[in-house]
Design a protein around this ligand. Sequence first.
Ligand SMILES: Nc1ncnc2c1ncn2[C@@H]1O[C@H](COP(=O)(O)OP(=O)(O)OP(=O)(O)O)[C@@H](O)[C@H]1O
Ligand SMILES: [Zn+2]
Length: 287
Amino acid sequence: MLGAIEAGGTKFVCAVGDESGKIIERVQFPTTVPEETIPNVIEFFKKYPVKAIGIGSFGPIDVNKESPTYGYITSTPKKGWKDYPFVQTLKAAFSVPIGFNTDVNAAALGEATIGAAKGLDSCLYITVGTGIGAGAIVQGKLLQGLTHPEMGHILVRRHPNDEYQGKCPYHHDCLEGLAAGPAIEARWGEKGFHLVERAEVWDLEGYYIAQALMQYILILSPKRIILGGGVMKQEQVFSSIYKYLPELVNHYVVLPELSDYIVSPGLGDDAGITGALMLAHQAFQEN
Ligand SMILES: Nc1ncnc2c1ncn2[C@@H]1O[C@H](COP(=O)(O)OP(=O)(O)OP(=O)(O)O)[C@@H](O)[C@H]1O
Ligand SMILES: [Zn+2]
């Protein structure tokens, strides 16, 4: 039996299951402060004989095994979680191998193993929610270099009619600053699900995401792109991406049929937790 944690900025999901991605039992609770959230995690796993635990976490996190702060959540503005030794704390409670990666890398792994990118040796998983983040499988492996990718913070060309300044505290009008859920709310004055009828909202959203996808495609050449997160529940954003992306690429690269190439998660809202099970399996095998 394997343990999995999807540590999100708003909620934690913990599950036990197996390497095939089958979930046997799960719980979820809000992400508050570590002193409250982590004891909930430990209490859940104490009930099961897990042989490894995989964590897909919000970030930024330190995934460099050579680093003295490997296993930490690093520079988050979330109260209590900055410089938090996530792996070390779990290791102290359970002496089992711990896999640690970003929530989006975990989701990419889940989708590539049994989801919408099953059988492919490359894919991208992008979430458009409270933030924008992406994980990637490249040549069959999770992409990691100096640190994990931070593809949500790339720069995009502003729409000529968009006067919204942008919400990213670091870069203002990066992709996340212009197109994540909180930016939609700040620009249009209401949360996304109250803006369903406003076609211009979703057109602009697709305008920015299409630019980001073009850059990811040119740099990483993924065989499939999976778009998840709350904002992507608006199917209209897919239509807008399918409109703008070919205009931007302008035949320079031959793209596959877009409705097969840029898709929703095959695992629905379970991509992250399923991928975390697979991170646990990898950690167990590496040990
Ligand atoms: N159906 C929807 N349509 C449009 N926007 C939505 C919808 N559902 C959620 N959102 C927006 O998405 C954002 C929340 O994203 P999401 O539901 O992916 O959770 P999250 O907080 O990013 O996840 P996590 O807890 O893993 O950090 C909010 O800004 C919210 O307004
Ligand atoms: Zn940014």
